[in-house]
Design a protein around this ligand. Structure first.
Ligand code: NAP
Ligand code: MG
Length: 499
């Protein structure tokens, strides 16, 4: 059903000034890699964008050595206020170059320009502004007086929010006084390399930020490097497990942000119109390539048919197509491999007896696309209710009582996020309290703010990013200069304090 015809409204690419090829960014300069360069393509057209250098183990060594030198000689010696100035400069440059960054992100990743322009890039700037403010206030992070940075941070990020995940990693690390080596995902290196240009423009000391591109082996060499003090990873649970094994027994600190299978719970007293928008935003934002996506809709049985009817009507109005068109709601799937995985799991859903409904859309001839899809009659044992599909596919389950909703929501190996839709504030608090999820949204979904910690329970990983917790993950407590009081003495102190 189409209510209105939209004329094409493509965002111009004229603002992009891309190079034909990009080197590795090490010690403040771009240089050739020793691996075989690879191509970055647009997932919407499969057209070549640029050639990207491939870092081998010797390049990883060089990047870590540059980060170590910068840590020892400049960054860890600078005052917090001076480090903060550098981060403020980065934040302002991101704002200045925001249109260019949004166009590059949509071109390389396939996400709609309205999302990269209105969500990803503004949040990148917000993350740098927020952590710039922390740089001279580390005593107030909550770790006691004079906490110290860890040293060199190795950071590996996925392809779904390339520039935003970079900001989540780099901003707190630098504010705390660490230097970094970051590896973006192979399919989305472009905006990390534009960010490297911003680091040069912002006049950061060479080696404070190093960006090395390559595939999984480059990531493995980086996190396994002997001179790294901290590993921060966002990606799949399977790679997270492999990293946890490689880091075990070393002194490296580790944070893992992994997958999810969030329940979005709609009670019968929910404001239905808002809930429909929240369900759509929960699973179809960024083509469902969102670790905290509301991929399991738990709807109270009495309103199931009404919610599904309205949802189908709403999905029929979504526009799928050119990510650079300002009217596009659903962009391209990031890669052929990801498309294959979405197709496979959806076929499994149908074979297991769930009922598939797909919005009628015209699929472009080239590129990787998947139309918004809903599965009803899903049971908790179905694979589409348990495994992360990481695409625009919603699995719908029903419940009768709040207790059943909570039990079903928690019946997952993951625990990253959840949503609650109800008119009753008391129900929000009671249900949120029992959900085993790091983030619970009430009457909204997929909202992010730099001051709010984000992270998982169970197989969704450990550690938090964002807020005070996010910077604490990059700090250690300074070695005590006097012996800590004994346990008995501590008890006396606390008793004294309560008198
Ligand atoms: P992935 O395969 O785990 O890759 C993530 C990153 O790790 C990429 O840069 C990848 O490089 C690299 N990598 C692959 N193998 C590695 C290894 N053995 N050692 C070190 N690094 C390695 O995940 P993805 O397919 O890119 O992303 C999708 C997954 O990430 C989903 O499961 C999603 O839930 C999760 N995710 C979680 C969050 C969160 O905040 N919790 C956010 C976003 C995504 P290449 O891509 O170049 O191979
Ligand atoms: Mg690409």
């Amino acid at each position: 059903m189409s209510f209105l015809e939209y004329a094409p409204a493509p965002e111009s690419q004229a603002i992009l000034n891309l190079r034909d090829s990009y080197g590795l960014f090490i010690d403040g300069e771009f240089r050739e890699g020793h691996g075989t360069p690879f191509a970055s393509i647009s997932p919407a057209t499969e057209k070549h964008i640029a050639t990207i250098a491939h870092a081998d183990a010797s390049d990883v060594d060089a990047a870590v050595a540059a980060a170590r030198r910068a840590y020892d000689r400049t960054w860890s010696r600078m005052s917090g206020a001076d480090r903060g100035k550098c981060l403020f400069r980065i934040a302002r440059l991101v704002q200045e170059r925001s249109r260019e960054l949004a166009v590059a992100e949509s071109l390389d990743n396939g996400k709609p320009i309205k999302e990269s322009r209105d969500v990803d890039v503004p949040l990148v700037a917000a993350w740098f502004f927020y952590y710039a403010g922390w740089a001279d206030k580390l005593d107030h992070v909550g770790l006691g007086a004079a906490p110290a940075p860890l040293g060199v941070a190795a950071q590996v990020i996925p392809w779904n929010f390339p520039l935003l995940m970079l900001a989540w990693k780099i901003a707190p690390a630098l504010a705390a006084g660490n230097t970094v080596v970051l590896k973006p995902a192979e399919t989305t290196s472009l905006t990390a390399l534009l960010f490297a240009e911003i680091v040069q423009q912002a006049d950061l000391p060479p080696g404070v930020v190093n960006i090395i591109t390559g595939a999984g082996e480059t990531g493995a060499a980086l996190v396994g490097h002997g001179d790294v003090d901290k590993v921060a990873f966002t990606g799949s649970t399977s790679v997270g497990r492999a990293i946890a094994r490689s880091v075990a027994g070393t002194n490296k600190k580790l944070t893992l942000e992994l997958g999810g299978k969030a329940a979005n719970i709609v009670f019968d007293d929910a404001p239905i119109d808002q809930a429909i928008e929240g369900i759509v935003n929960g699973i179809f934002f960024n083509q469902g390539h969102v670790c905290c996506a509301g991929s399991r809709l738990l709807v109270q049985e009495s309103i199931h048919d009404e919610v599904i009817d309205r949802l189908k009507t709403r999905l029929s109005t979504l526009r799928l197509g050119d990510p650079l068109d300002k009217n596009t709601d659903i962009g391209a799937i990031n890669s052929a491999e990801q498309l294959q995985r979405i197709r496979e799991l959806s076929d499994v859903g149908e074979a297991e007896g769930a009922e598939r409904w797909t919005a009628a859309c015209t699929i472009p001839e080239n590129g990787f696309w998947y139309a918004p899809t809903i599965f009803t009659n899903v049971s908790t044992s179905h694979r589409i209710a348990r495994e992360e599909i990481f695409g625009p596919v919603l699995s719908v389950l029903t419940f009768r009582t709040p207790t059943e909703a909570i039990a079903k929501a928690n019946n997952t190996p993951y625990g990253l996020s959840a949503g609650i839709w109800t008119d009753k504030g008391s129900r929000i608090l009671a249900v949120a309290d029992k959900l085993r999820a790091g983030v619970v949204w009430a009457n909204t979904f997929n909202r992010f703010d730099p001051s709010s910690p984000f992270g998982g329970y169970k197989e969704s990983g450990y550690g938090r990013e964002g807020g005070r917790h996010g910077i604490a993950a990059y700090l250690k407590t300074a070695a005590p200069t006097v012996a800590l009081p004994s346990a008995t003495a501590r008890k006396t102190v606390s008793k004294g304090a309560t008198k």
